[in-house]
Design a protein around this ligand. Structure first.
Ligand SMILES: [Zn+2]
Length: 159
């Protein structure tokens, strides 16, 4: 049996924060604002995984009112959710995702992001897609006020 899930996230860009996307630190004068490290791509992937299992969303599972998650490395949250996937008897077939940012250029960082995701989720590079888009300077993301990410995952039940 297969199950599919979709995830979306957006965070505001602000000064005085590191920009962490896909578990990789990106050189930029601004970072994403959030209770955790605000890793927009990993949050979208987490919601896609939870959605595929029809479980709660990331905000329910890791509430931003809980000091335990303050500035937490989102790769730790992803590891936790991957354990849930395995506990339910599923493996990940593939992940497709978009990062939508006007600035900075994501392309140079994507190979490293894929490595990080493959390592955490026991996948090989042919199973993980990360695409970089701009907003053509349209809307809030186009005006560099924030960064968005989308993700779709397919899970396969083992036996
Ligand atoms: Zn988020």
């Amino acid at each position: 049996m297969y199950r599919i899930g979709i995830g979306y996230d957006i965070h505001k860009l602000t000064t005085g924060r590191d920009l962490i996307i896909g578990g990789v630190k990106i050189t930029h004068e601004k970072g994403l604002l959030g209770h955790s490290d605000a890793d927009v791509l990993i949050h979208a992937i987490i919601d896609a995984l939870l959605g595929a299992l029809a479980l709660a969303d990331i905000g329910t599972l890791f509430p931003d009112t809980d000091p335990k998650y303050k500035n937490i490395d989102s790769t730790l949250l992803l590891k936790h959710v991957y354990e849930l996937v395995k506990d339910k008897g599923y493996i990940i077939e593939n992940i497709d995702s978009n990062i939508i940012a006007q600035q900075p250029k994501m392309m140079p960082y994507i190979p490293k992001m894929k490595e990080v995701l493959c390592e955490i989720l026991s996948l090989d590079l042919t199973q993980v897609s990360i695409k970089a888009k701009t907003k053509e300077k349209l809307d809030a993301v186009g005006q560099e006020l924030g960064i968005e990410a989308n993700s779709v995952v397919l899970l396969k039940k083992l036996n």
